[in-house]
Design a protein around this ligand. Sequence first.
Ligand code: ZN
Length: 373
Amino acid sequence: MVLVKLKYLNYVKDFNFHDSLCYFCLRRNFPDLKQDNKKNISDCLICQGIFYKINEIVKRIFYIVDFEKKYDYQSFSIGTSLPYFMFDKEDYIRSLYKIKDIENIKSAFNFEIRNKFKSISKKNLNLVNPDIKIDVFISNNNDYSIKTTSRSFYLIGRYKKTKLLTQRDKKVLENQSRDNSNFTIQKKQSIEMIIQNTLSDCIKSDRMIFSWCGSEDDNSQVLGKGRFFYVHIINPRQRKVKLNKIFSNNGLDFKIIEKKDFLENTNLNFRVKNKIFVKTANPISNFYLRNLKELNKSIIRYYYKSKFIYKKIYNIQFKKLDPFHLIIILECDNGLFLRQFIEGRKLMEPNISLKLNNPCEFLKYDILDILIS
Ligand SMILES: [Zn+2]
């Protein structure tokens, strides 16, 4: 530090305020002096004249924000990063002249640039929770670069599907190397892709991150009010979203029901009403069939990932289709492994095969509704 300061001594020996500092740096450090020096000093000892570039920088920011990226915003914040030597030189001059408790170069620069941008953009300055955040980086030779990001938000939606669709394109990636044509078809059909493509038409962004309230089988339908999903929109260009408008695309209906700045807890407890198609190994006995009623309001227990899991059955109804087939309408906690519950595998107790005294095969299921507990 001492070495760095020594190199400024040459300047300071014959230091003349009016010749060595620009109007901004002079006014800031020596507010009591008569500030008649309004000429442009591009080689200002402290700032190298960066204050005189503010107009240019602000025009550039305005161009990027309003014309290049076309942000929809009401509020902004601007922060700057200045070369270290500017602070160092200012500190040195201040210690030499025992100047204390006054604004430093960074906050003075921020003040100027924020006010200029405010007047050109006609938007509000908001340092706490702005719609867009602008970062200006000044390099050692007074070049600058600008980075802009907008505040992300979350959308909460629900979807229903009547066609066979995969929820996300995890399988797509696996298939990609094997068969390229298959890749395009599957990609087009994943729920995530359909929702993302539809939303992208109204909201441009850098990225959308999806989370789903429970996963499901590709072959199942999702009916009723539909399944919840959440989308985190990163660096959105638009902020307005039409709520409750139903988008229909390729067997999928979805709508956005809420827009939020933050998502406190996505681990909602919910119940699922399933329609399960079951095949039995032996003819179904009416005697044992009545046993299924005992599962009403019962708790199913199983061991998973080194702990016991408990899931509640809220309602069970069933219909024998023929001696070897039945349909079960099951309203239960989300997350119950249906195949294991039907087939009685992995120590799940009670289970359907056990109650029917007949080995059962899980054929398929549809989701009739999803209910928040
Ligand atoms: Zn200056």
